[in-house]
Design a binder for this molecule. Structure first.
Ligand code: HMG
Ligand code: MG
Length: 319
C-alpha cells in the first residue's frame, strides 16, 4: 500500500467500487437505448468483477423516461452470484416494483439541500424521509438491503454552499431508517479535497466511515482528488460510472460521474485491491460509448485504448 495512505487509513487494503453507470449514467443520456443494450452493459460490468451495480430506477417515467424499462432490464440480466444488483426507489410504488423485480438492494435518495430535493423528488427533505419509512419497513420485511443516497452534499445548484451539518442531519435520518450505508454525493462536482474530508469527518460522528460511500462527479476535475482525500481518512467505498456516463437531469451543467476506469487506475496504482479487471471495464466503456454514439469520457480508458492501438500497430509493423 502507498505511503500516501499511511496514518488513519492504514488498515485499508481493499476498496469497494460501486458501478452506477447503468442507472446514474444512462438516466441522463438523451439517446434512447433499447433495454437489451442496458442488459448487455450490466452483464459485462458484472463479468468484469464489479461487486455492486446500480442497474435500474423505479421512479416516475414522467420524471425520468430513460429508466422506464427497469423491470425489463432486471428480468433479463444474468445474475452473477455475489454481485449486488440495486435500484433507486422514491416511494412505496417504486418499492413494490423493485421487490417484484427481485433487486438485492434498494436505494432511497434525498438531498442535503431543500431546493434540490424539491426539484428532484418534488418534496422537501423531511417529507422524503417520511415517504421512505414504509419503504424501509418493506425492505426489512423482505430482507432486502437498504441504502441511502444524499445528493448535493458538497454544494447545490440552487442554494450554493451546503453546510456539513445539513449533510449530517440527513445521514442521521437515513441511519435511523435502517440504511446499512449512506452515500455522500457531490451531484454537481463542486467539492474540493478539504471540504470532502470535512463532510466525511462530520458524517462519521453519526455513522462509521465503513458505512459511508463517496459519490463524486468530475465537473471541476476534482473527483479523483476527492477520492484520494476520502481514502486518506478511511472511506473505503466509492461510486463510479463506466466511461464517465451521467450527470443529473435536475442539476444543469453537472458533468458525468467519476469514470470507473479512472477510479480503478488510481486505486490499483495505490496497491489497493478492488477485484475488478480494469481492461474488461475499458471494453465495457467502449461498448456503451459506441452504443450511445458518444466519446468515452474516461481519461484512463482513452489512454489504455490508445496504448492497445499502438501495440497493435507495433505488432503489425513487425510482420
Ligand atoms: P410527483 O409528480 O410528486 O408524484 O413525483 P405523483 O405521486 O403525483 O406521481 C406522478 C406520476 O408518476 C403519476 O403518474 C404516478 O402514478 C407516477 P400519472 O398518474 O401522472 O400518469 N409515479 C410512478 N411511476 C412509476 N414508478 C414510481 C412512481 N411514482 C409515481 N415509483 C416522484 C414524485 C418522487 C415520483 C418523482 O419526483 C420522481 O420519480 N422523481 C425521481 C427523479 C429521479 O429519478 N432523479 C434522478 C435520481 S437522483 C440522482 O441521480 C442523484 C444520485 O445519483 C446522487 C448523485 O448523482 O449525486 C442519487
Ligand atoms: Mg451521480
Amino acid at each position: 500500500m502507498s505511503t500516501l495512505l499511511s496514518g488513519l487509513a492504514r488498515n485499508i487494503e481493499s476498496v469497494e467500487v460501486v458501478e452506477v453507470g447503468p442507472r446514474d449514467g444512462l438516466q441522463n443520456e438523451s439517446t434512447p437505448l433499447p433495454a437489451q443494450v442496458k442488459v448487455e452493459l450490466v452483464d459485462r460490468l458484472a463479468a468484469a468483477g464489479l461487486p455492486a451495480i446500480e442497474a435500474a430506477a423505479f421512479v416516475s417515467p414522467r420524471w425520468v423516461p430513460q429508466m422506464a424499462d427497469g423491470a425489463q432490464v432486471m428480468a433479463s440480466i444474468r445474475r452473477r452470484p455475489g454481485v449486488v444488483y440495486s435500484a433507486l426507489v422514491p416511494n412505496v410504488r417504486g418499492m413494490e416494483a423493485a421487490l417484484a423485480a427481485g433487486v438485492d438492494e434498494v436505494v432511497v435518495f434525498s438531498a442535503a439541500s431543500e431546493s434540490f430535493a424539491r426539484r428532484n423528488i418534488n418534496c422537501g427533505i423531511a417529507e422524503s424521509i417520511q415517504r421512505f419509512e414504509p419503504v424501509a419497513a418493506m425492505a426489512r420485511e423482505a430482507g432486502v438491503r437498504l441504502r441511502g443516497s444524499i445528493s448535493c452534499a458538497l454544494g447545490c445548484p440552487y442554494e450554493g454552499a451546503v453546510p456539513a451539518s445539513a449533510v449530517v442531519a440527513v445521514v442521521q435520518r437515513m441511519a435511523d431508517l435502517g440504511c446499512h450505508s449512506v452515500d455522500i454525493a457531490d451531484t454537481i462536482g463542486v467539492g474540493t479535497a478539504g471540504a470532502v474530508q470535512q463532510v466525511f469527518e462530520a458524517a462519521s460522528r453519526v455513522l462509521p466511515l465503513a458505512r459511508l460511500a463517496g459519490h463524486f462527479h468530475d465537473t471541476y476535475g476534482q473527483a479523483l482528488a476527492n477520492v484520494l482525500a476520502a481514502l486518506q481518512i478511511g472511506v473505503r467505498s466509492f461510486h463510479a460510472s463506466v466511461a464517465g456516463l451521467g450527470g443529473c437531469p435536475y442539476a444543469r451543467g453537472a458533468t458525468g460521474n467519476l469514470a470507473t476506469e479512472d477510479l480503478l487506475y488510481l486505486l490499483h496504482g495505490l496497491g489497493l485491491r478492488t477485484g475488478v479487471d480494469l481492461q474488461a471495464v475499458v471494453d465495457c466503456g467502449d461498448f456503451i460509448s459506441g452504443a450511445l454514439g458518444r466519446a468515452n469520457s474516461s481519461r484512463a480508458a482513452r489512454a489504455l485504448l490508445a496504448a492497445r492501438g499502438a501495440a497493435g500497430c507495433e505488432t503489425a509493423g513487425a510482420h
